[in-house]
Each structure stands twice: as structure tokens, then as C-alpha cells.
Design a protein. Structure first.
Length: 334
């Protein structure tokens, strides 16, 4: 029988499932959503805490009589603090409180949508971004973030509409250009995607995500040399950008530069030790080189990270059979 390796599809933004493909796919990045809105708020006066009162001023203030509606910002600011400390549920409670006290608090809807997005609750995130937009129609970032949530739902046309509106409001919104390019890419419109990545890079010549994504689009068009140049730039401006090394490794492998591919996968693994797909793809290069022991080691490493990874398990079985069959030649097993 012919030994056909299972390859992997890796997509950071969507966290899509692994699929069996003839060739390895690659990863994208979506630009980070806007940083939490931290409004300049002067807290209401709070009596000095006693020496044994370790509460912060916000907690001490909230322990007093129920705050006035004008003090919704107290809840808002504490919600930001909870989010930054990694407590999304407490952040949601505080943004809920801010909205109860001030139903027109657009930034509170925006931030609550941000937290819902982080929890994977896309419908709730979209609802909050929509309300933030209703209250503040000129908020480019809210359109951008709603577009991200819609793209994650697979609603590419609506996502493109949101990114386009974000750009109309703020023609300098590099995130929106990058993200619209990603949506165009997902829809197979690679030339439109490249045009948007070009614009994002023109606005920010150090935008590593846009270089990486443009490299992906160039690779989809078969322009491997241009793709590698873009991955080089992504790495130049993001030396710790593991996905760019991973993507460049795929392009190098497709050009037949297997040593360079192995070096890139190795660097990606060094930066992200649990990069399962980088182990699998590096194992595949070793397999094709006939280095079955090295391939087996990589597939076993992938399975230690993800014991249910069917591609790693299948490739491990194939590599063991190839290694242990002395009559195997060019991937043909007796």
C-alpha cells in the first residue's frame, strides 16, 4: 500500500479542527481587538481607610451607600481591573452594574462585548457591540470587533460590511484593513485580501500580522517566493511570532527546502512548546527524508500534547511501519 501522510490545517483565529489534506495549510492572525476603553474617571471622594482596611478605593466606595447613577464609572473601572486580572465573570458583573446605572454607557457595552467574545459567547458579544454602535455610531473599533465576531461565526459578508464601515469612519484603522483582508481570504478573494494587507502595511510598515497574512494569500496564489518574503518581514518585526515561522516552514517545504522547513518548525516549537501542528509537520518532513526515528519522535511529542490527535496517531503508525519494514521503498509497503 502507499503511505499517505495526514497533513494538518492550523488556524489561530478560528481554532478550527484538524482536517486531512494533501498539503499542510497554514495559520492566520486576526489583529487584536481594541484595548479596553479606560475612560479618564475621577473617583468619588472616599474616606481614608483605616490601617487595617486593605480594600482598594473602589471596593471601599462600593461598600458605602448605593452609588449614584453618575458613578457608573466606578463599576466600569473596576470591571476593567477584573478583566486585566483574568477574572472575566467578575468583569461582566461590573459592566452589568455600570449599564444598570447608566443604560446609555456605550463604552460599558463595548467592554462587555469584548469580555463575551473572549468567553466564546459570540451572539452576546455581537448584541453588545451592536448596542455600543447604536449609542455611538462613530465608533470604528466597535464595528471592527463586531466584524471579528461575525467572521468567527462564518458570516463573511456581514463581517466585510462591518470592517468597511470601520474604515469609512477611520481610514487609518489598520486592524480593520487586516481583518477585512482576512475575511476576503476566507471567501477565496485572494487579490482583494492582498490589496487590504497592502493598505494595512502602508499605514503601519511594522505590522507583522499583515505581513504574515499577506504571505498566506500569496501562497494561496502559488507565489511561494513572495510569501516567504512576507513571512521574513513578519519575523523581522515580530521575532517571537511563532506562526510566521510555522507558515514560512510550510512554504519552504513546498519549495523543496526541507532543511529550512525543519529549522522554521523547530523555531516555532521553541517559541511555543505545545505547538502540536508544528511537531506533526516537522515529523512529516523527516518522514519524507526517510528519517523515521525523528518522525516518530515528533509524532509522539504531538500526541503527548494532544492524545486524541488523529493525524499524529495515523502518521505515527505509518512511520513505525516504514521503519520496521526492511522492504519499504519510496513509501511503498508490502
Amino acid at each position: 500500500m502507499i503511505a499517505v501522510l495526514s497533513e494538518v490545517s492550523y488556524n489561530v483565529a478560528d481554532v478550527t479542527g484538524i482536517c486531512v489534506r494533501k498539503r499542510a495549510e497554514f495559520c492566520h492572525e486576526v489583529a487584536m481587538k481594541r484595548t479596553f476603553v479606560a475612560l479618564a474617571v475621577v473617583f468619588a471622594a472616599v474616606s481614608p481607610a483605616s490601617a487595617d482596611d486593605a480594600r482598594d478605593p473602589v471596593t471601599a466606595y462600593l461598600a458605602q451607600a448605593t452609588p449614584d447613577p453618575v458613578d457608573a464609572a466606578v463599576f466600569f473601572n473596576r470591571g476593567i481591573r477584573h478583566h486585566n486580572e483574568g477574572n472575566p465573570d467578575l468583569a461582566l458583573e461590573d459592566f452589568d452594574g455600570a449599564i444598570r446605572l447608566d443604560p446609555g454607557y456605550a463604552a460599558a457595552y463595548y467592554n462587555r462585548g469584548f469580555v463575551y467574545f473572549g468567553k466564546g459567547e459570540l451572539e452576546l458579544a455581537i448584541a453588545d457591540y451592536t448596542e455600543a454602535i447604536r449609542l455611538n455610531p462613530g465608533d470604528s473599533a466597535a464595528y471592527n470587533n463586531r466584524g471579528i465576531a461575525r467572521r468567527n461565526q462564518g458570516n463573511l459578508d456581514l463581517a466585510v460590511e462591518d470592517y468597511t464601515q470601520a474604515i469609512r469612519i477611520d481610514p487609518g484603522n489598520t486592524f480593520a484593513y487586516n481583518n477585512r483582508g482576512r475575511a476576503y481570504y476566507d471567501g477565496g478573494s485572494f487579490d482583494l485580501a492582498i490589496a487590504d494587507y497592502d493598505r494595512a502595511i502602508a499605514l503601519d510598515s511594522r505590522y507583522a500580522f499583515a505581513y504574515n497574512n499577506r504571505g498566506n494569500a500569496q501562497r494561496a496564489l502559488g507565489n511561494l517566493d513572495l510569501a516567504i518574503v512576507d513571512y521574513d518581514m513578519a519575523i523581522r518585526f515580530g521575532p517571537s511570532y511563532a506562526n510566521a515561522y510555522y507558515n514560512r516552514g510550510i512554504a519552504q517545504g513546498e519549495k523543496g527546502n526541507r532543511d529550512l522547513a525543519v529549522a522554521d518548525y523547530t523555531r516555532a516549537i521553541t517559541l511555543v512548546p505545545h505547538f502540536t501542528d508544528a511537531y506533526i509537520n516537522r515529523g512529516n518532513v523527516h518522514f519524507h527524508e526517510g528519517d523515521f526515528d525523528l518522525a516518530i519522535a515528533d509524532y509522539e511529542a504531538a500526541l503527548l500534547i494532544d492524545p486524541d490527535n488523529v493525524n499524529a496517531a495515523r502518521n505515527l503508525e505509518l512511520a513505525r511501519r516504514e521503519r520496521d519494514n526492511p522492504f519499504a521503498e519510496n513509501g511503498i509497503l508490502d
